[in-house]
Design a binder for this molecule. Structure first.
Ligand SMILES: [Zn+2]
Ligand SMILES: [Zn+2]
Length: 622
């Protein structure tokens, strides 16, 4: 008996089900019976308990209210304080999407307001938080998903049929290192069983021109057999090449959290622009990014989803970046569990909770090692935050300006939060996509640390909405900032001083010893940032086609300890805190010596098999 037949059997006679469809791993029943729609919780729960799949009942389109009437009803039910922003309809799914600044008020106590909307309109309401800062990008992503709703309905149903299709016994499990092993960049892992092929991340080494892409030409990888792509987080070394898969014929799902999806699209669009500015051919165009979004499936932390007949996926908080997640794959029925950490921070930070260690079982662990060696120990975060604030204050007191080059996503918001929560009282300018990334942060406060969530949602203190913060969006606005004589702080991209508006500020600020350049993030070998850290003070520059030398007289300060990565003690602690001891540990995402050292140290500390594979190696788990 198929699952759908089993469900039909458990339904009451008068349920009047017109259609039973999959939405990926979820099962949707469309009913023509109003009463059943309103009161289906009990009979459905019985079926769910039996078949252990998620089921949702929706009204058949033939019985739902006309959208205009529905809108009126919704507006009359929702309290004004919810700050309703937008209502739109997806009749294909019998869903009404309600955007509000305070979603909690739309949901009501124990969901009472939602239930009222549902009972009165027969539409199935879905509530989304409208960001406090307007973001064109989030709006266009949501619009696109909305526009493609007919395609998505078909896509999700076909996907569900595959997921619940023929189930063969799991005979073997293995992982192939396609990129990001004994190096940082182009992270990509192929996880296979005799039934399934999935990719964990598919990144680009942005700094490298020689070998920027993972080994997709490896004999193990066939794009036509690929069942799913799972994305841990939105940094380019993890998501950079995903659109390329779609432009080469992949039409399957892309699993991630919602903020990861939005940040990913933003960074990929920016990457295309950077390539064009540098006269390089980007590996894909914006249509490929749209295809990726069209096939995206957003998961919450802790939500368990079947993704192939023998794999079940759970994403959990990784503490590294907004929406960043560890990837837990449960294989077979209780047979084997693989945990891929992606990039993790196993310590509390200003913005995030430490990475989750809450997994029932982990047999194989794939863990990052960016700061995996003992010599890369990070100073305590409190000290780092104090040094940052002190350095800014000293510069201001001396009448100087501060430049903080930063990656647009992550560190920039971290630094913003530290500065706005301090008593520094000069303007803080944000340049180069930092604002868009910040807007995405304000749309997903539930992904932030408990402390930050509490501040934003309950105390009305939002570190990203502060009168000291100003976005710079054009050259004209930039010129105005350059003219200012009084002290100020600029947070600008790129984080390693390889292009971007940060370069323009550097040129203006460099000759004046009153000014300070503060490095807050990792400076990769070969970048201008790393050279300045090593003591370069004569910087060759091309200005209007002519070669010039920029004298660097400003103060240079590097602040360690604000990293979104774990150092060695934190990584070991993470593994020790897992509920079960992994039988095999693979170390990735660290240069040669750090990957090796972490593998050695973990072996001693945990007494289990550890490996630091090279790219193109395959490890059999079972
Ligand atoms: Zn990362
Ligand atoms: Zn990374």
């Amino acid at each position: 008996m198929t699952i759908l037949e089993e469900i039909k059997e458990g339904l009451p006679k008068d349920a009047m089900i017109s259609e039973v469809l999959y939405e990926a791993s979820e099962i949707i029943l469309y009913t023509q019976n109003r009463e059943f729609f309103r009161n289906s919780t009990k009979p459905i729960k019985k079926i769910v308990d039996k078949i252990k799949k998620r089921i949702e009942v929706r009204a058949d389109p033939s019985i739902i209210k006309d959208p205009e009437k529905c809108k009126e009803i919704i507006k009359s039910i929702i309290p004004k304080e919810a700050n309703l922003k937008d209502i739109y309809f997806e009749p294909e799914f019998s869903k009404v999407i309600i955007h509000a600044e305070k979603p909690g008020l739309v949901i009501g106590k124990n969901g009472a307001t939602l239930k009222e909307i549902k009972d009165k309109t027969l539409w199935t309401p879905q509530i989304r938080r409208a960001g406090i800062i307007e973001s064109e990008l989030i709006r266009s992503i949501r619009k696109m998903l909305h526009k493609e709703v007919a395609y998505r309905k078909k896509f999700l149903h076909e996907l569900g049929k595959k997921i619940y299709g023929e189930k063969k016994e799991v005979e073997w499990i293995r992982a192939t290192a396609l990129g990001g092993f004994r190096e940082v960049g182009r992270s990509c892992i192929l996880l296979q069983t005799n039934n399934s092929n999935i990719l964990l991340d598919c990144g680009i080494s942005v700094g490298s021109t020689k070998k920027p892409f993972p080994y997709l030409e490896a004999p193990e990888f066939h794009i036509q057999d690929l069942d799913a792509v799972v994305l841990s987080h939105a940094h380019m070394d993890h998501c950079g090449l995903i659109p390329y898969l779609y432009s080469y014929g992949y039409k399957g799902p892309l699993y991630s959290t919602a903020p990861t999806r939005d940040l990913m699209a933003m960074l990929q669009l920016d990457y295309i622009q950077i390539c064009q500015r540098e006269n390089r051919k980007p590996p894909y165009d914006s249509r490929a990014i749209e295809e990726a979004i069209k096939h995206s499936i957003a998961l919450e932390y802790g939500e368990v989803s079947d993704i192939t007949p023998d794999m079940r996926l759970t994403l959990q908080n990784a503490g590294h970046l907004l929406g960043s997640s560890t990837v837990h794959v449960h294989i077979g029925d209780g047979l084997y569990n693989v945990l891929y950490t992606g990039d993790i921070k196993f310590a509390p930070t200003t913005l995030f909770q430490p990475a989750s260690t809450d997994y029932t079982r982990v047999e194989a662990l794939i863990i990052e090692s960016t700061y995996g060696s003992a010599d890369a120990k990070q100073p305590p975060r409190k000290e780092a935050e104090k040094l940052l604030i002190d350095t800014v204050k000293e510069t201001i007191a001396g009448g100087g300006k501060v430049l903080i080059p930063s990656f647009a996503v992550g560190r920039a918001q971290d630094v913003m939060a530290i500065l706005t929560m301090s008593d520094i009282d000069v303007p803080i300018y944000l340049d180069g996509m930092v604002w868009d990334a910040t807007a995405i942060h304000t749309a997903y406060p539930e992904f932030l640390s408990n402390n930050m969530k509490n501040k934003i949602l309950h105390q009305g203190k939002n570190p990203f909405v502060d009168e000291r913060l100003h976005a710079i969006g054009s050259q004209k606005e930039r010129e105005k900032v350059f003219e200012k004589q009084d002290p100020y702080v600029v947070i600008a991209t790129s984080g390693m001083l390889v292009g971007g508006p940060a370069m323009e500020y550097l040129q203006r600020f460099a000759p004046d010893p009153k000014n300070t350049l503060i490095f807050v993030g990792y400076q990769a070998e070969g970048t201008l940032g790393s050279r300045i850290q090593k003591g370069w003070n004569q910087i060759p520059l091309k200005k209007n086609g002519k070669n010039e030398v920029l004298e660097l007289k400003m103060r240079i300060q590097t602040i360690e300890g604000l990293s979104g990565h774990s150092d060695q003690p934190q990584l070991i602690n993470f593994v020790k805190k897992l509920k079960t001891k992994p039988r095999k540990i693979l170390v990735d995402h660290g240069d040669n010596s750090r990957a090796l050292e972490l593998a050695r140290t973990l072996h001693k500390a945990i007494k289990t098999e550890t490996i630091a594979p090279y790219n193109l190696e395959t490890i059999r788990f079972r």
